[in-house]
Design a protein around this ligand. Structure first.
Ligand code: NAD
Length: 484
C-alpha cells in the first residue's frame, strides 16, 4: 500500500496549488472504499489555467532556449525515474493495475517519452524552399518554413494508463515550445498530481504545465470549448472524442483523438502456436484488459482453432486475480463499479447471442471490482466481437482463408491496431498492408515506444502521436518569402 496523506489534491495553476470551488471523491477499486477528495476544476479555473499557460507561452517558457527546454525535460525524466515506485503505486491504488507492471512498463514509458523528446527540443527545423522568381518574374526570392509552437495545448487523458498516455502528449508538446494544461481522468488523477510536484521541482517556469483534476463534463468540456486553447489532444472513448471534436469547432482547434479499439489478432496455421497463444493472452489480460489496443478479437485459422481455444483457456486460468499490491497478482480489479458492471453486462449479452463461455464469465465474490479473465467462442457478428468491452474478455472466431481473415479483421468500426501471427514472410507483409489499422504487429504486440507513431483509423481516431509525427502534431508550418 501507499501513504497518500501528503499528496497535493488541489488545482495546479501557474506553479501554485489552489483549492477548487467543488470537490469529488475517488475510490480504491480493490476495496470500493473512498480514497481521496480532489478539487474539481470549474469553468473559471479553466480560464485561470489558460491565462497562466498563455503568459508562460508568451513569457519565460517561450523565451527559453530550445536546448534549455530539453534540459528541463531530461530533469523531469530524472525525477520520474527517482519516484518510479511511488508513481506506479499511485496508479495502482487509483485504477487497480498490479504495481509491478506500472513500475516495469508504464512509468518507464513516460521516462522514455520525456527523454526522446528532450532530444528533439533543439532539432526542430523548417526547410529552405527552392522556388521560381517572385511571381514568375526575375526578382529572386528567399523562401523558407518555420515550425512554430501552437500555444496553449490541452491534454485530456483516460484512467487506464494515465502517466504513459500523458507522456505521449506532454513531452512533444513541451519540446515544441507549447505550454500545457492537463485534465486527468476522474478515476485516476493521483499520479498526475504527483507529477505536477515534480514539474515544480524540475524548475519549469510557472504556468508551463498546469493540472486541473475535475469532471469531464465540466473541466474537459470547458477546455474543448475554450477560445484560447490552440489544440486539444485527447485519449479516451469514441463517444467523448465525438463531443470534443464538435466543441473544438468553436475556434477550429487542432485536435488529436486517440479513441477506442477492437483489435484483431489473426493466428494463421503456420504460426508458432505457443508464442501466438502467449502473446494473444497478454493482449487480452494485460492491465486487466483495460487497453485500447487489447487484442480482443482472436481470429484463428480453423486448423489451429481448437489448440488456440485450449491454449487461451489455460492462459486465462493461470492468471492471478487479486490485490494489485501483492507481487503474485497478474490482474487487479477493474477501475470502478460501472466498468465492472459494463463488462459483466457484455458477457451476458454474449451468452444471450450464443457465445460459448470457454472460461471465466463472472465476477469473484467479495469487495472490489474484480472480473474473471474470460474467453468466449463466437462469431464476428456478435456484440462482444463488435463493441469495445475494455475488460479481460476475448472472443475466438474461426476462419478458413487469408481473404476471410482480412475481411473479418476489417469488418469493424475500429482500426487502432492489429496483430498477425505467421511465419510466412510474404503473408506477413500482405496481411499487414491490407488490415485497416494504425499499427500492425507481426508475431508480437505493437510496441509502444516513443520512436514509433501511434494512432488509429476509422472510429479509432484522428492523428498520430509519438515519433517525428509527434513534432509535426505540436507545431504549425509558417512559410516566409523574402523578395531579394
Ligand atoms: P472517457 O472518454 O470517458 O474519458 C476520457 C477523458 O475524457 C477523461 O479525462 C474524462 O474526464 C474526459 N471527458 C469525459 N467527457 C468529456 C467531455 N464531454 N469533454 C471533454 N472531456 C471529457 O474514456 P475513459 O473511460 O476514461 O477511457 C476509456 C476509453 O479510452 C476506451 O474507449 C479506450 O479505448 C480509450 N483509450 C484509447 C487509447 C488510444 O491510444 N487510442 C488509449 C487508452 C484508452
Amino acid at each position: 500500500m501507499i501513504d497518500i496523506s501528503n499528496l497535493h489534491t488541489g488545482l495546479y495553476i501557474g506553479g501554485d496549488w489552489h483549492d477548487g470551488q467543488e470537490t469529488f471523491t475517488t475510490h480504491n477499486p480493490a476495496t470500493g472504499q473512498p480514497l481521496a477528495e480532489l478539487a474539481a476544476a470549474g469553468a473559471s479555473d479553466v480560464d485561470a489555467a489558460v491565462d497562466a499557460a498563455e503568459s508562460a507561452f508568451r513569457g519565460d517558457w517561450g523565451a527559453l532556449a530550445p536546448s534549455r527546454k530539453g534540459v528541463l525535460l531530461n530533469t523531469l525524466a530524472d525525477l520520474v525515474e527517482r519516484d518510479v515506485e511511488r508513481l506506479a503505486a499511485l496508479e495502482s491504488i487509483d485504477m487497480g493495475r498490479p504495481v509491478g507492471m506500472g513500475a516495469a512498463m508504464m512509468i518507464p514509458n513516460l521516462i522514455a517519452s520525456l527523454r526522446y523528446y528532450a532530444g528533439w527540443a533543439d532539432k526542430i527545423n523548417g526547410d529552405l524552399i527552392a522556388n521560381d522568381g517572385y511571381m514568375g518574374g526575375p526578382a529572386p526570392t528567399h523562401a523558407y518554413t518555420r515550425r512554430e509552437a501552437l500555444g496553449v495545448v490541452a491534454t485530456i487523458v483516460p484512467w487506464n494508463a494515465p502517466l504513459m498516455i500523458l507522456g505521449w502528449k506532454l513531452a512533444p508538446a513541451l519540446a515544441c515550445g507549447n505550454t500545457v494544461i492537463i485534465k486527468p481522468a476522474e478515476d485516476a488523477s493521483l499520479s498526475i498530481l504527483h507529477l505536477a510536484e515534480l514539474v515544480t521541482e524540475a524548475g519549469f517556469p510557472p504556468g508551463t504545465v498546469n493540472v486541473l483534476p475535475g469532471l469531464g463534463k465540466v473541466a474537459g468540456e470547458a477546455l474543448a470549448l475554450h477560445p484560447r486553447v490552440a489544440k486539444i489532444s485527447f485519449t479516451g472513448s469514441t463517444e467523448t472524442g465525438r463531443a470534443i471534436l464538435r466543441n473544438s469547432a468553436t475556434n477550429f482547434k487542432r485536435t488529436a483523438l486517440e479513441l477506442g479499439g477492437k483489435a484483431p489478432q489473426i493466428i494463421f496455421d503456420d504460426a508458432d502456436l505457443d508464442a501466438a497463444i502467449q502473446g494473444t493472452a497478454m493482449g487480452l489480460f494485460f492491465n486487466q484488459g483495460e487497453v485500447c489496443a487489447a487484442g480482443t478479437r482472436i481470429l484463428a485459422h480453423r486448423k489451429v482453432y481448437d489448440a488456440v481455444i485450449d491454449g487461451l483457456k489455460g492462459a486465462a486460468q493461470v492468471q492471478v486475480v487479486g490485490d494489485p499490491f501483492d507481487a503474485a497478482t497478474t490482474m487487479g480489479p477493474l477501475v470502478n463499479e460501472r466498468q465492472r458492471d459494463r463488462v459483466l453486462d457484455y458477457m451476458k449479452i454474449g451468452v444471450g447471442e450464443g457465445a460459448d463461455v470457454i472460461t471465466g464469465g463472472s465476477a469473484p465474490e467479495g469487495p472490489g471490482y474484480f472480473v474473471e479473465p474470460t474467453v468466449l467462442a463466437g462469431t464476428n457478428e456478435m456484440t462482444v466481437a463488435r463493441e469495445e468491452i475494455f475488460g479481460p474478455v476475448g472472443v475466438v472466431v474461426p476462419f478458413d482463408t487469408d481473404e476471410e481473415a482480412i475481411t473479418l479483421a476489417n469488418d469493424n468500426q475500429y482500426g487502432l491496431s492489429a496483430t498477425v501471427w505467421t511465419n510466412d514472410l510474404s503473408r506477413a507483409h500482405t496481411v499487414s498492408a491490407r488490415v485497416e489499422a494504425g499499427a500492425v504487429g507481426v508475431n508480437g504486440w505493437s510496441p509502444l515506444a516513443p520512436q514509433l507513431p501511434w494512432g488509429g483509423v476509422k472510429a479509432s481516431g484522428i492523428g498520430r502521436e509519438l515519433g517525428y509525427e509527434g513534432i509535426l502534431a505540436y507545431t504549425e508550418t509558417k512559410t516566409v518569402t523574402i523578395v531579394l
